[in-house]
Design a protein around this ligand. Structure first.
Ligand SMILES: [Zn+2]
Length: 250
């Protein structure tokens, strides 16, 4: 199962029906993440493929800086209104790769906490974006007593990864595991029960010149199984169970 991708984002949006038809042959499901610009589209897509495409709605930290307080507020109302159609809040979080100005960081922190409380209010798990900000994201969710969250496309170090799972949060491994020693180390040494799998399609393609697609999640599972010296089927089954538990889906 792909627990994080952007099916309605440009690059994938144009070919999504074809990609879904292909993915349906051997995947349990796809979780697509809608952001303010494509939230509506994501909900429509899920309505078209109700048992296969699941939606999360979030606000990427870089989007926060392009929106007024009123726009953010009305987006929160939109999410609340569509609560029954979504399975998580996210991605939300912090990004110190793109956001370096102190004032901007402060604003993204305020909005992040605001969305944590939205997730609590709606009783939904949280998909975290934490690029180069893993430590602060962990601190904020612990301080705010978040119970159910996953670090999507985690690229932090292994020491922090251990702390994250000790706190009971999941770590999501994406297709960059193919070329990342750090991701390999994490996927090999952490308990399999605390890992999720994703592609972040259309981003992070393992095949240069081609968009990433959800079915590439199979490569992630294969790599994890090989690293751990375990059978693909068993690893695949455990990882699928993790996804179902996390999102509370059947
Ligand atoms: Zn994403």
């Amino acid at each position: 199962m792909d627990t994080h991708c952007h099916l309605t984002y440009k690059g994938l949006d144009e070919i999504k029906d074809q990609v879904i038809a292909e993915a349906r042959k051997d995947m349990f499901g796809i979780v697509t993440c809608g952001l303010p610009e494509d939230a509506d589209k994501a909900l429509h897509l899920s309505a078209k493929y109700p048992d296969f495409v699941h939606v999360t709605l979030g606000l990427h930290p870089t989007d926060v800086l392009h929106m007024s307080d009123e726009q953010i507020e009305s987006y929160k109302q939109f999410i609340t209104k569509n609560k029954a159609k979504i399975i998580a809040i996210g991605e939300i979080g912090l990004d110190y790769h793109w956001i370096k100005d102190e004032k901007d960081i402060k604003k993204t922190k305020i909005v992040f906490v605001d969305f944590i409380y939205l997730a609590k209010q709606l009783n939904l798990p949280i998909i975290l974006h934490s690029r180069k900000a893993e430590e602060d994201v962990l601190k904020i969710i612990v301080d705010n007593d978040v119970r159910n969250a996953t670090f999507h496309s985690y690229t932090g170090n292994i020491t922090l990864a251990r702390q994250i799972i000790e706190e009971g949060y999941y770590i999501s491994i994406n297709t960059n595991i193919i070329n990342s020693k750090n991701s390999k180390k994490i996927a090999k040494s952490l308990p399999l029960e605390m890992l999720l799998t994703e592609t972040d399609s259309p981003f992070l393609s393992p095949f240069p010149g081609k968009p990433n697609v959800p079915q590439n999640v199979k490569l992630v599972v294969e790599t994890i199984a090989k690293l751990r010296g375990e059978r693909f089927d068993e690893v695949n089954q455990t990882l699928l169970e993790n996804c179902k538990t996390f999102f509370n889906i059947e």
